[in-house]
Design a protein. Structure first.
Length: 439
């Protein structure tokens, strides 16, 4: 096996690079290394630049808006360009000789959490290794990481609380959401129209810039997975006014752990004479009133699946063990629904043997190690189900549109290559959007 790329290796070539400081010298060095045995006849020059635009430099310019060679304006910057090219060769080259390998550029250009170093991601190990390797040559990496994380946390907070905004006094929210949507769309158009996303060097060398791109790709990946996930209304037609009225009962607002809640829905000990239990089962089955026959007819396999995985789904959705009875009922209701209906999703992994259509139940069984996309889908379905349960159906379409606009705006904020441009967009837009949602 060849020695993995490192900046220590690159430094070993520093003298040669500075003496010759030519792309030809780099190509000769890489050709002499021949780090991978391959049956193809590509030279390193062809791997970087090809007539069909599939070379590393071609793809960087086309897919990432990063013209790497344009940074070589003087000898020190040209040396940085050569180092990045050396890095990209060793991280991208396997893609030319193996269907199971993938270019880091392709992973960034096709945003998905499965293409980043997210926990349990399909390409997580590769992304994390490449990111750590590149970090060795970056100036002030901690600053870049903290700034991107800080900006992301602000917008994540706003996205999380968008639903809470919609759930307050729902009869007043439609007009407010429409105004917020109009303003979000205005910001999106202005950013796209004024060329803010155009690649600018802005004093950063090419290695720092590529590191910014890799860090930002993790945020953009999450946004893309959220955007692609389904906005399907689970069991929407069954949330009738009389069913919704059931959760006015005081028991639904009580907060408890799963261990306290489960006895209320334990099929082995059902007391429908108990008003609280009767209301809970009625709402769980989306009926105005239930009988023992209704409960017995419920699919036992779906019920067993729901009670087995409800605690894990609660951790995913609410990140806490004690939640309201209404939220527990919604979780069990959703799990029974996806089990009975065999609800599926389609992933977007690149060149991966496991990509394709999968059931949500298979993802639930893997929690907390499930892929990221089905987790986003589950969170969204539970949130929409919750809104339906409190009679907020009228605001859901506006909420969905606001969510889509917000996701697009977040994507645009993290698209510029420069940290300073990201900060400028964040500081300019966040206070205004924050005030729009009265958070």
């Amino acid at each position: 096996m060849p020695e993995p790329f490192s900046y220590h290796m690159a430094t070993a070539y520093q003298k040669a690079f500075k003496e010759f400081l030519t792309y030809t010298r780099l190509y000769e060095t890489l050709d002499n290394e021949q780090p991978y045995s391959t049956s193809n006849s590509f030279t390193s020059r062809e791997i970087f630049e090809r007539r069909d635009s599939s070379g590393i430099l071609n793809k960087s310019k086309k897919l990432l808006r990063l013209d790497i060679k344009s940074y070589a304006t003087n000898d020190p910057e040209k040396f940085n360009v050569l180092k990045l090219m050396y890095f990209l060769f060793h991280t991208c080259y396997p893609a030319f000789s193996s269907q199971k390998s993938i270019s880091i550029i392709d992973l960034i250009a096709n945003p998905s959490l499965e293409h980043t170093d997210s926990p349990n991601a399909v390409y997580g190990e590769k992304f994390a290794k490449d990111l750590a390797e590149l970090r060795q040559g970056v100036s002030h990496p901690e600053y870049r990481e903290k700034e991107i994380e800080r900006i992301a946390d602000h917008w994540q907070y706003l996205q999380t609380h968008l639903c809470q905004f919609a759930m307050g006094e729902t009869h007043t929210k439609t007009d407010e959401l429409k105004r917020a949507i109009a303003e979000l769309q205005f910001f999106i158009e202005e950013i796209q129209k004024n060329g803010i996303l155009e690649s600018k060097h802005e004093g950063e060398n090419v290695i720092d810039t590529f590191y910014n791109i890799m860090l930002s790709s993790r945020i953009i990946a999450k946004v893309e997975d959220c955007r692609r996930s389904s906005y399907e209304f689970p069991d929407a037609n069954r949330f009738t006014p009389k069913v919704i009225a059931l959760n006015d009962h005081a028991v639904f607002s009580e907060h408890m752990t799963w261990e306290s809640f489960f006895p209320l829905i334990d099929k082995k000990h059902i007391d429908l004479e108990n008003e609280s239990i009767h209301h809970i089962w009625s709402f769980l089955l989306l009926k105005e009133s239930v009988t023992m026959e209704d409960i017995i007819r419920t699919s036992n396999s779906s019920y067993q699946f729901a009670i087995r995985f409800a605690p894990e789904v609660s951790e995913l959705w609410k990140s806490k063990k004690k939640i309201s009875v209404l939220e527990w009922v919604i979780i069990v209701q959703e799990l029974m629904s996806i089990s009975e209906q065999k609800t599926s999703y389609t992933d977007r992994y690149i060149r991966y043997y496991g990509s394709g259509k999968h059931t949500l139940t298979s993802a639930v069984k893997l929690l907390p190690q499930a892929p990221e996309l089905p987790k986003q889908i589950l969170i969204k379905r539970l949130t929409l189900r919750f809104l339906l349960s409190i009679g907020a159906k009228d605001v859901i379409q506006d909420l969905i549109q606001a969510d889509k606009c917000l996701l697009k705006l977040i994507q645009l904020i993290f698209s510029p290559h420069s940290i300073e441009t990201k900060k400028y967009l964040h500081h300019s837009l966040y206070p205004i959007v924050f005030c729009n949602f009265h958070i």
